[in-house]
Design a protein around this ligand. Structure first.
Ligand SMILES: Cc1cc2nc3c(=O)[nH]c(=O)nc-3n(C[C@H](O)[C@H](O)[C@H](O)COP(=O)(O)O)c2cc1C
Length: 187
């Protein structure tokens, strides 16, 4: 069966640098026989976690909030691999992507964690700076998250030096994005 890859494309800038790299990765993953879903949180209504503690209390749904996370939860559950793409915003991931990750909370309850753990993942973080150190806080967040979820990391890319929209398409990071998908299956 085809590997299901879910791309969480965290930028609010449509067609921006992380979107461009996400599409390059997706095209290569599809060539490798994967079934790829791309979800851009910025195109949806995703509210922050309210810490209400009412996970799973309404109609068997993970969360009581009736927003577009209800569309994303099934995709998350079906995914064999989750690939996070984000712009670097003040040394962290975008607020849009962080809101999605916080809403993983119901899937991390004791009796649900077995189902949600054991996926593969990768992370591409895109910023203007040429200083790799400034990407470290975002990478540390990803590392801790995947460790907590018991997901197998398949690669981290800090795409430095990308500022204006369109920069990624002319950059060496296009090849890196393709390479990230190289081992995903047989062509
Ligand atoms: C609110 C905001 C904060 C940013 N913070 C950083 C930063 O801390 N470090 C950095 O290198 N670039 C920073 N940038 C630049 C973006 O990361 C860069 O333009 C990136 O290419 C955007 O990716 P996108 O086109 O996928 O949205 C910031 C941009 C914005 C709009």
């Amino acid at each position: 069966m085809a590997k299901r890859v879910l791309i969480l494309a965290g930028s609010p800038r449509k067609g921006g640098n992380s979107d461009t790299l996400a599409l390059e990765f997706a095209a290569q993953a599809e060539k490798k026989g994967c079934q790829v879903d791309i979800f851009r949180p910025a195109d949806h209504s995703i509210h922050p976690c309210m810490a209400c503690g009412r996970c799973w209390s309404k109609d068997g749904k993970p969360c009581v909030q009736e927003d577009d996370m209800q569309k994303l939860y099934p995709l998350l559950n079906q995914a064999d691999m989750v690939v996070f793409f984000s712009p670097l915003y003040f040394f962290g991931i975008s607020a849009q992507l962080k809101a999605v990750i916080d809403r993983f909370y119901p899937l991390c309850q004791d009796d649900k964690m077995d189902t949600f753990s054991g996926k593969q993942s990768a992370f591409v973080i895109v910023g203007a700076s040429g200083d790799e150190d400034s990407f470290e806080p975002a990478i540390a967040t990803y590392d801790q998250l995947t460790d907590y979820l018991n997901w197998e990391d398949c690669g981290v890319v800090a795409a430095t030096g990308l500022w204006e929209k369109g920069a990624a398409a002319k950059s060496i990071w296009m090849e890196t994005a393709r390479d990230l998908a190289m081992d995903l299956g047989e062509e």
